[in-house]
Write a protein that binds this ligand. Structure first.
Ligand SMILES: Nc1ncnc2c1ncn2[C@@H]1O[C@H](COP(=O)(O)OP(=O)(O)OP(=O)(O)O)[C@@H](O)[C@H]1O
Ligand SMILES: [Mg+2]
Length: 376
């Protein structure tokens, strides 16, 4: 099976819950069903992955791994794995969580996960494992299967199970089940629906929804409030947004920071209401800023590309606009948050400090450019 879908949609949880039920079902029939569950995230090579599988089985059945971690071939580790499985289980499922992260050394451009999936899925065909074998690969990388499909060698032909984002109703149910984390009557009625609504709107990720729920509780607790209210939820969400955009801005290259800064400056200094930023104006201001900073200047296409990229983080929304007959097309950018807060965050980066003294000038450049654009 291939279990795929965005983060926090329950892949790891559900496979664990379902296999637990199968274990119990098999136990009642006197059959031994082995669940060999590893997370590939901390594993670097194919060899380590096989060793991890050996260890997981050994631990589950209460015996020694029987092979050293290093100094023996991967083949011997596979052999030990199959030996343990044949000895202790009638059938087995391998769960390879975050499989896409098991890249390995990419010898001959074949990633480690591809080899591992191949070996494990054919282990029963080759009778290396005597009982039934299932393999469940979990990933949130939508391109994962494309990569596997391209490999003729691979015998991994999974049944896809797609985990979509949770909607508000589902999130509400998930959160209701965690009410017991709070004292009785500590939650205002609106709290769970609001958390669910926020989470559904921005990502549909149950993990983040639970974090927000807890964050609202922490905030009420810090303030010595007896009851968690809608305001706590809103404030907690604001904190999360602030942290997220801050981290994001920190990671941008200088050119991307300048592009974002110029765009935010237009939104912020514009005297017009409903401040969306036409890309030609944003680009003119970007040019002005790069001149002021004596920085490199990218083309207009690159500027637009950078700013559009930021829309994938949800900081900005973009729309294509046409300027009437024969007027050509341009993009319009709108900030989801406060553009001024964004500017402050970018300026904290030392390379942009030179621009702070120029606020007034910047404001007049913005409005001159906007005027020119709209008069054209
Ligand atoms: N249907 C559900 N009912 C109750 N809790 C859920 C449900 N789905 C997810 N959760 C909770 O949300 C959190 C994230 O779920 P999980 O770890 O299974 O997501 P995932 O799809 O594996 O995400 P990732 O791709 O990041 O690994 C966990 O704390 C889990 O318990
Ligand atoms: Mg997971």
């Amino acid at each position: 099976m291939l279990l795929y879908g965005p983060a926090g949609t329950g892949k790891s949880l559900i496979i664990g819950a379902v296999t637990q039920q199968i274990i119990e079902l098999c136990q009642s029939k006197g059959e031994r069903f082995g669940v060999v569950d590893i997370n590939c995230q901390p594993i670097n090579t194919l060899d380590q992955a096989v060793y991890e599988l050996v260890q997981t089985v050994a631990q589950d059945v209460g015996t020694e791994a029987g092979v050293p971690e290093t100094g023996v071939s991967t083949k011997r580790k596979y052999r030990r794995l199959y030996e343990l499985i044949n000895e202790h289980y009638d059938s087995v499922i391998f769960i390879l969580d975050e499989i896409d992260l098991l890249v390995g050394r990419r010898e001959n451009d074949e990633p480690a996960y591809s080899k591992l999936l191949y070996q494990l899925s054919r282990a029963s065909n080759t009778n290396e494992i005597e009982g039934r074998v299932s393999v469940a690969a979990l990933t949130n990388d939508p391109k994962f299967m494309e990569d596997i499909d391209g490999r003729a060698e691979s015998s991994f032909n999974p049944r896809d199970v797609y985990f979509p984002d949770y909607d508000a109703t589902q999130l509400r149910e998930i959160l209701e089940n965690r009410r017991d984390a709070f004292r009785q009557d500590a939650l205002k009625d609106d709290v769970i629906p609001l958390v669910a609504a926020f989470a559904a709107q921005s990502h549909g990720d149950a993990r983040k929804a639970i974090d927000l729920f807890r964050g609202a509780g922490d905030l009420a607790d810090e303030r010595g409030n007896e009851v968690v209210t809608e305001d706590h939820v809103r404030e907690s969400q604001e904190e999360i947004d602030k942290d997220r955009s801050l981290k994001l801005v920190e990671g941008l290259t200088t050119q991307k920071k300048i592009s974002l800064y110029a765009t935010a400056a237009v939104a912020h200094h514009s005297n017009r209401t409903g401040s969306s930023v036409p890309s030609p104006v944003g680009f003119k201001v970007y040019q002005w800023v790069t001149d002021e900073l004596d920085a490199d200047q990218m083309t207009r296409e690159t500027y637009v590309k950078y700013v559009k990229e930021l829309s994938t983080y949800g900081l900005i929304s973009t729309a294509r606009k046409s300027r009437g007959r024969g007027g050509g097309m341009h993009m319009e950018f709108t900030f989801t948050g406060d553009p001024e807060a964004m500017m402050t965050r970018i300026v904290d980066d030392t390379r942009l400090e030179g621009i702070v003294q120029q606020e007034e000038l910047l404001s007049s450049v913005v409005n001159a450019q906007l005027k020119e654009f709209h008069d054209e």
